[in-house]
Design a protein. Structure first.
Length: 140
């Protein structure tokens, strides 16, 4: 595909999400086994928050977060690509968003300092907003 500049950061975030998914199950399954939790009793994953260590739930919470706001990123980045708006600034914004989301994940999945996590989340949202506005201005 010619000029697939925005597809690369989209795929990077997809792959990062899969890494977090693996991380989640690499921590969740052993923790459930250690706590002798019947998998069927976890049919509603929210019930696990009372039974599993916080550190295990941090990764699960982050995986859920990667299913939320990044959907807007995927739509905006792919819309920009399709609209011929994969210029250097938009590609840079897309990569900045991906990097910030990875940093957000690393904070949440390890130390989970909420103020640091919120600062990175806020910055990533601003970057996403700029990307979305630039694309909207180009297509409307």
């Amino acid at each position: 595909m010619e000029n697939a500049g925005l597809v690369a950061p989209v795929m990077a975030l997809v792959l990062w999400t899969l890494v977090v998914w693996l991380w989640m199950y690499a921590t969740r399954i052993p923790a459930m086994q250690k706590a002798r939790i019947d998998p069927q009793s976890a049919a509603r994953t929210g019930s696990l928050s009372e039974s599993l260590p916080r550190e295990v739930m941090y990764v699960s919470d982050n995986y859920n977060h990667l299913m939320e706001q990044p959907t807007i990123f995927y739509a905006a980045a792919l819309a920009a690509q399709l609209a011929g708006q994969a210029d250097g600034l938009n590609v840079g914004l897309a990569w900045a968003y991906v990097i910030l989301r990875v940093v957000h994940s690393l904070i949440q999945c390890t130390v989970n300092v909420v103020t640091a996590r919120f600062a990175v989340f806020s910055l990533s949202t601003i970057v996403l907003g700029v990307l979305a506005i630039r694309v909207a201005l180009a297509v409307f």
